[in-house]
Design a protein around this ligand. Sequence first.
Ligand SMILES: [Zn+2]
Ligand SMILES: [Zn+2]
Length: 259
Amino acid sequence: MPITSPEQCSNKVLSQRVCQLPAHLEGQPPLVRHWCQACLPPFCAKGIAVEKLREVARGEWCSKVNVFATCERCAKRHDTCLPVEPTFRRCFNILTFYIMRAKRYDATRRPEADDAWAEVHAYAVAVNQGMIHWRSEIKRLQKLDGGELEYARQRSASRENNFARYQQGLGGVGRMMPTNFVAHERMEAHFTRVDNSGNPAPGSATNRERRWYYYGPNTPDHVAPMSRDNSRQFAPGSPVGSDILRALTDDTRMQNSPH
Ligand SMILES: [Zn+2]
Ligand SMILES: [Zn+2]
């Protein structure tokens, strides 16, 4: 069954293998809601007032009904509705999180509501700039690699080989690119900050939210590393085991006997 809400995601600690992947191998989460590229700029307008941001985020702020559909904003302008580039899906998810949080603060009349909207704007601007720079970087690399085809071949070499190479402790090959763009390190750290035992740091996203918005809903749980099997040494009948047992019983007998 597909996971359709954050409540359905596991809230267990995430696998360390997932958290420790290098940037260009990290999994891409699916979008948590429909978005198109044209519905981002309205959040980025220079000097936009908080009230205007609230208006942009009212109702459906991108009305796509599926990934191939055209949203109202694009239909009105007779424009093609461009889907979100996979590299930016995580960014759009994080933006969704911050928009929902600002709306929640509004609903509960929290004094931080205006600041939350200012953060939505700051993050949207960072994502938009990132998309512009990313497109020109791809063009530059395609030129460097001698055309779109060779660039695509280099990317495919990376995708095919690098996970196996990483597991073997070898360096990557091909044209390595981050699988997810990082638009704003501080705001995204909300999803990655952990304490020493791998649990979310206080005030950070829960494991459930980290799965839903950041790593992808099916990200595996942390499985404890195989502990050194020392059950043998304490098995009943083995020299150490029986000595301990005997010592314990002797102790108990002494404590319980009247003397
Ligand atoms: Zn749209
Ligand atoms: Zn659109």
